[in-house]
Design a protein around this ligand. Structure first.
Ligand SMILES: *Cc1c(COP(=O)(O)O)cnc(C)c1O
Length: 411
């Protein structure tokens, strides 16, 4: 076991330790669910207060210009571009990830005349698959869902595939796909690639431009800490902006929305993905949350997140309780995003028991217990605490107790 002294020493050496106090988290708890909903930070609280009381309240409609509200989607897009390895002008913050998937897949299909196959993985996040299904109903023969196992992606590429839709980090297993190699291999067959970065944005180093990605989408409420239901983002490579089409032609995607012209004329920039009025309050929270990345690099976060996961596994394996849970996904942590997932027969009950002990992870059907590791606010001592609670809960058999097995709507 790594001793408490050793964990304390690791914390002292941690260059990110000062950021814990930015986040408003309960003292005696360990939040391992930042991959589902990031916590609120001081800077976000301040920004929200400011937007409501110093902008909306006094300046009302003048705020659209005076406080730059109208520019929020592209301004945040450029903040995200810096985080995701893209040049500015290629990302917009808007809508939900699901809606952005609809737009990105449609746009990718619009560039693939004559081809209709949209390849994705069986185990992709459901919304990614559902949006392809919805599009195929709408587009008849021009969109056809084809599913393969994650291990068979490279073998399933062919000239008749139009679009490949992949999630970079599998939401269940935590497996990290090789964005550069897969994108390149797909493009050799003329396939356009859409990456979903929900579980990788802001936590795994990403180089969208360098990987020559066609389109990408992702959430801002997970590791980016933008707030519950915060607007998502969409990336389209500059080389496609003049030629693509996307069907959600809302007025703010127009070249000159304030001409109020009766006919749609799409903007030639990334703004063509904007449908309607930006959700100013939510976006302001995202904008404030992302300022952390002006001080910290994703590489720094990655380094600490790998260490946190390594310590978790080492402690757990030495505890003697580890054989009850099976790690799913790769043991090589460099092949994972920033989460560990374990298969366990009573995963739901164990998750509930741990929450009562102050260790918040989550459960994914049918039998997965997930722990997300966000280096911005987790210490090595937190990890020691979490493993102690896990081991004690397993020893006490709490997972099968009736009180830990009453299910709510959101798991
Ligand atoms: C969380 C998640 C989403 C969420 O989509 P929303 O439309 O924002 O609810 C989409 N894709 C993946 C891979 C996710 O993990």
């Amino acid at each position: 076991m790594i001793s408490n002294d050793e964990l304390a020493r690791l914390d002292q050496q941690d260059p990110l330790r000062q950021y814990r106090s930015e986040f408003l988290l309960a003292k005696d708890s360990c939040y391992l669910d930042g991959n589902s909903l990031g916590p609120v930070s001081q800077r976000v609280v301040q920004k929200l207060q400011d937007v409501v009381t110093a902008q909306w309240q006094p300046d009302l409609i003048a705020s659209w210009n005076k406080h730059g509200w109208i520019d929020l989607p592209l301004r945040i897009g450029d903040q995200l571009a810096a985080i995701l390895g893209a040049e500015s002008g290629q990302i917009a913050c808007c809508d939900s990830t699901s809606i952005n998937l609809f737009k990105a897949i449609s746009a990718a299909l619009s560039l693939s005349s004559g081809k209709s196959k949209v390849l994705t993985t069986t185990d992709n996040f459901p919304t990614d698959r559902y949006m392809i299904e919805g599009l195929s109903k709408l587009m008849d023969e021009r969109c056809e869902l084809v599913s393969v196992d994650e291990d068979d992606i490279l073998n399933s590429l062919s000239d008749d595939v139009a679009v490949l839709v992949l999630t970079q980090v599998n939401f269940r297993t935590g497996q990290l796909l090789d964005m550069k190699a897969i994108t390149q291999a797909a493009q050799e067959y003329g396939i356009r690639v859409v990456w979903d970065l929900a579980h990788s944005a802001g936590i795994v180093p990403i180089a969208l431009d360098d990987c020559n990605v066609d389109f990408a989408v992702g959430c801002s409420y997970k590791f980016l800490n933008g707030g519950p239901g915060a607007p998502a983002f969409i990336y389209a490579a500059k080389r496609h902006l003049e030629s693509l089409e996307q069907p959600l032609s809302g007025w703010l995607g127009h070249r000159r929305p304030f001409d109020f012209s009766p006919n749609y004329d799409a903007s030639s920039g990334i703004a063509q993905f904007l449908c309607g009025t930006p959700s100013v309050i939510s976006m302001s929270a995202v904008e404030a949350a992302l300022t952390l990345y002006e001080e910290i690099s994703v590489e720094q976060l990655r380094e600490k997140s790998l260490s946190l996961m390594e310590v978790f596994l080492a402690q757990f394996h030495q505890s003697g309780a580890a054989e009850k849970l099976t790690l799913v996904g790769p043991r090589d942590l460099t092949q994972r995003g920033s989460q560990l997932a374990f298969e366990y027969e009573h995963a739901y009950g164990l998750c509930q028991a741990l929450i009562k002990r102050g260790v918040v992870g989550d459960f994914r059907a049918p039998n997965i217990l997930r722990f997300g590791f966000s280096p911005l606010y987790l210490s090595f001592q937190d990890i020691g605490f979490a493993v102690d609670q896990l081991v004690e809960s397993l020893r006490a058999g709490e997972a099968t107790q009736a009180i830990n097995n009453q299910r709510s709507v959101v798991t």
